[in-house]
Design a protein around this ligand. Structure first.
Ligand SMILES: C[S@@+](CC[C@H](N)C(=O)[O-])C[C@H]1O[C@@H](n2cnc3c(N)ncnc32)[C@H](O)[C@@H]1O
Length: 366
């Protein structure tokens, strides 16, 4: 009886002072948010996920035990490491276990994405790539993207565009390639499992902005009928790309022309550019395709609705990253915005295929 009466009661309204208290703590959390990515960066630099993973055992271990597995001096601070681990446990990267009065940590599924695999890859390089000094210098200038959208905050902070800056520093180019590959490989597996007919009839495939050629390699291994791969990227990028059987690395500028192919693939390209620039890239792709040829673009696609899900937040945060680092008017787009871009350069067909929470496959038919 009592339970029924309780269930019938309307939900208790919070008092105004409780609501204000909630608001004050929420704004303090937001104001301190920078502690989260910088702590994440710190644990990747220190290789903490690999140390905890210990070849797959993932046994909960204490901060001092983690330090004993790392090549650091005896004066390294276990208590400071524990502070990082506590914060990141609260954000779902580690799982905290209280055992015999001691805090120990294992990796959650999120934390496992930072463990280096047999190919030397993980999402760790993506974390490092985002927090290099030149990128970090751009962040206090985000408001400038509102006041003057003609110049990206990165350019204001560093004097040149991000890609030119990376181009002058081989270590940044290498980290960019490693970061792109680390994020690409899991998506590409999901894409090829779900987009099974996407490469039907394709003999020669061009990957525009293909970086190391890792995506092409995976496509050609899965679909041996794709016999010829053209990895097209900036000259300084393809100069660092590894040899891949069947793949020719071609240096060039997609704003000038794109090598011809039966289909054109591009992943994480359109996002970085303004609508006008996307139209140039897409028109050059259109011109490089035969009748009925397909442009297959993989990009984040923004939901129409704004909500607080991980997916929406990851996509909206990535949108601000693009605005800050690459182009103040480069952006994540909605499905409809992509459709309109395709139509504007002459593509007649369009479909969006959702196989992954971050990237969507966008197929434009000539
Ligand atoms: C965000 S990365 C994506 C890399 C790769 N497609 C992936 O998803 O892993 C963008 C790529 O575009 C390349 N890029 C930038 N400007 C370019 C241009 N004008 N012509 C050709 N490639 C360009 C960059 O060098 C970089 O490899």
């Amino acid at each position: 009886m009592e339970a029924e009466a309780a269930a019938a009661e309307p939900p208790q309204q919070k008092s105004q002072s409780e609501q204000q208290n909630d608001a004050r703590i929420a704004i303090i959390e937001l104001a301190n948010m920078i502690s989260v990515p910088m702590s994440l960066h710190a644990v990747v630099v220190l290789k903490i996920p690999d140390a905890i993973w210990q070849s797959g055992s993932n046994t909960p271990i204490s901060a001092s035990r983690i330090l004993s597995l790392l090549p650091c001096s005896a004066s390294a601070s276990a208590s400071n490491l524990q502070r990082l681990l506590r914060l990141l446990s609260s954000h779902g990267v580690f799982l905290e276990h209280l055992l015999d009065g001691e805090r120990r940590y294992s990796l959650t599924d999120v934390g496992k994405t930072l463990v280096t695999d047999q190919d030397g890859l993980s999402y760790g390089a993506y974390v490092l790539q985002h927090h290099q000094d030149a990128l970090v210098r751009s962040w206090p200038l985000v408001h400038e993207a509102v006041l003057d959208p003609t110049v990206a905050p990165f350019v204001k902070a560093n004097g040149i565009s991000a890609y030119s800056y990376y181009g002058e520093r081989s270590e940044m180019n290498e980290l960019m390639q490693k970061s792109m590959t680390g994020v690409s490989v899991p998506f590409m597996r999901a894409m090829m499992d779900g987009y099974v007919k996407g490469f039907d009839g394709v003999d020669r495939l061009v990957d525009v902005g293909g970086s190391s050629g890792a995506c092409l390699k995976m496509i050609m291994e899965r679909y041996p009928h794709v016999r010829e791969g053209i990895n097209f990227d900036l000259p300084e990028v393809v100069a660092k790309a590894p040899n891949i059987p069947g793949v020719t690395h071609v240096g060039g500028d997609m704003f000038k022309s794109i090598p011809s192919g039966d289909a054109i693939f591009m992943k994480w390209i359109l996002t970085t550019w303004t609508d006008d620039e996307c139209k140039v890239i897409m028109k050059n792709s259109y011109d490089a395709l035969p009748e009925k040829g397909r442009l297959i673009a993989c990009d984040p696609v923004l939901p129409e609705e704004t909500d607080s899900s991980h997916r929406t937040r990851a996509l909206l945060a990535g949108d601000i990253f693009v605005m800050t680092i690459y182009r103040a008017q480069g952006k994540h787009r909605t499905e409809e915005e992509f459709r309109q871009l395709g139509l504007s350069v002459g593509f007649t067909g369009f479909r969006a295929i959702y196989l992954d929470h971050f990237y969507t496959v966008l197929e434009f038919q000539k």
